[in-house]
Design a binder for this molecule. Structure first.
Ligand code: UD1
Ligand code: PEP
Length: 422
């Protein structure tokens, strides 16, 4: 078990380059099995979920190289369309191989036991309903899902919830459809636009990505040429840096970010007293004194406040002056960081999906356990601003989505070491 030992309180100063987005690179790597030639993907974060995806690609028969944040995938040798549970269990987004393998082979078989963090029930009913609507025969036996079809039929799909994963799976399954597929109430997250941008480079015909209506015109074949694609910056990693500066104070410049992807968190932190300036690819943040409470934060689909930043922002407002209310509307079980924050001295009351935070002057370091990725990041942020030593156990959760977190925050002046835990 990995643990991060943080010697707080830290003042964060300096400049940092934000890594590529986990939630964009995972579907893009999955989509790379469709390419007719090599793909070169740059700005790939060196995180556990990327390594797991590469393991699946290799298992399927792809040739894969990962060096210096660049992945080269050659899927011309891909042979398999069945993914065993030991691979799907590695992470949640293994479910996206359903759509990609269906496009490739018109059949796919995988375990419905996908891994990742337990933050809610996370059913895949909308993925399956949509597949059936496209003429795909979907059956489930012994926790395995088997999908097959002769062709992908045209049509319109209305998603009752703008699910990110369902939107991506439908897109991946649709690129060779017999005419046109329209997804209504599609998810608008920037990572979906990045996936579609990549697929269009490969030769797909997708319009409307980033809006609620996505139109896919089926193509017979993709282009046989090498494609290079740079993954968009990780808005959640960037948002976590912003929360850390808001919690600890001082002055940081985030480089290589898209500020427009971060509007919701920037708005909240500005209202809470942080000084922030944005330019095309940079955000400057300065925080002096205590953050102002009094904020009402409700998670929502993009461009609303992201559920993935709910835990990190919670750690920032734990030490704010005043009461802050956070409502989690996307996942049922995403407050697992709160009992750990309370151990550190936070004053938080949870009633169903609402957390009421009475800001305290300071936190004190102690032993805490990460229970999921973003909850782990929240404990890391809390450890940075706490007095004394915080040990964050089960740091493997954090490693799913943050590249070398201790090294990056050390560059900003924090004192952190990583150790094998007990
Ligand atoms: C790899 C990736 O990109 N993960 C992100 C993706 O997860 P993921 O794609 O799993 O999230 P979804 O947008 O699908 O889930 C949103 C809500 O819809 C529900 N739902 C979803 C599908 C379905 O078939 N039925 C159903 O009821 C889920 O339980 C959840 O309550 O979007 C989430 C919401 O922004 C983020 O927290 C995750 O970081
Ligand atoms: C919940 C997350 O990821 P995943 O959907 O991969 O579990 C996340 O990135 O916060």
């Amino acid at each position: 078990m990995q643990k991060l030992i943080i010697y707080g309180p830290a003042k964060l100063m300096g400049e940092i380059e934000v890594e590529g987005a986990k939630n964009a690179v995972l579907p893009i790597l999955t989509a790379s099995i469709l390419a007719e030639n090599k793909v070169i993907i740059t700005n790939v974060p060196d995180i556990a979920d990327v390594k797991h995806t590469l393991e699946i690609l290799k298992y399927l028969g792809c040739k894969v190289l990962f060096e210096n944040n660049t992945v080269v995938v050659d899927s011309r040798s891909i042979k398999k369309f069945v993914i065993p549970p030991e691979y799907t269990k590695l992470m949640r987004s293994s479910i996206l191989f359903m759509g990609a393998l269906l496009s490739k082979f018109k059949k796919v078989e995988l375990s419905n036991q996908t891994g990742g963090c337990e933050i809610g029930q996370r059913p895949i009913d909308l993925h399956i309903l949509a597949f059936r609507h496209l003429g795909i025969d979907v059956s489930e036996y012994d926790s395995r899902i088997i999908c097959k079809c002769e062709k992908i039929k045209s049509g319109e799909i209305f998603l009752p919830i703008p699910s990110v994963g369902a939107t991506e799976n439908i897109i991946l399954a649709s690129i060779f459809c017999d005419d046109k597929i329209v997804i209504k109430n599609a998810a608008k997250e920037p990572e979906i636009a990045d996936l579609c941008h990549f697929l269009n480079k490969l030769g797909a015909k997708i319009k409307g990505a980033g809006t609620h209506i996505i139109k896919i015109e089926g193509v017979k074949k993709l282009k046989n040429e090498e494609v290079v694609h740079r993954v968009i910056p990780d808005r959640i990693v960037a948002g976590t840096y912003l929360c850390a500066v808001a919690a600890c104070g001082e002055e940081v410049v985030l480089r290589g970010v898209f500020p427009r992807h971060l509007d919701s968190i920037l708005h909240i932190l500005k209202s809470a007293g942080c000084k922030i300036k944005e330019s095309k690819n940079e955000i400057w943040i300065k925080k002096e004194g205590r953050l102002k409470g009094g904020q009402r934060i409700t998670t929502h689909y993009y461009p609303g406040f992201p559920t993935d930043l709910q835990a990190p922002v919670c750690s920032a407002f734990v030490v704010a002056d005043g009461v802050t209310i956070i409502k989690e509307t996307i996942f049922e079980n995403r407050f697992k960081h709160i009992p750990e924050l309370i151990k550190m001295g936070a004053d938080i009351h949870v009633e169903k999906d609402i957390a009421v935070i009475n800001g305290v002057e300071k936190l004190r370091g102690c032993r805490v356990f990460a229970r999921d990725l973003r909850g782990g990041a929240a404990l890391f942020v809390a450890g940075l601003c706490a007095e004394g030593v915080t040990e964050v156990f089960e740091a493997e959760y954090i490693d799913r989505g943050y590249e070398k977190i201790e090294e990056k925050y050390s560059c900003l002046g924090a004192k952190i070491i990583r150790e094998k835990g007990e």
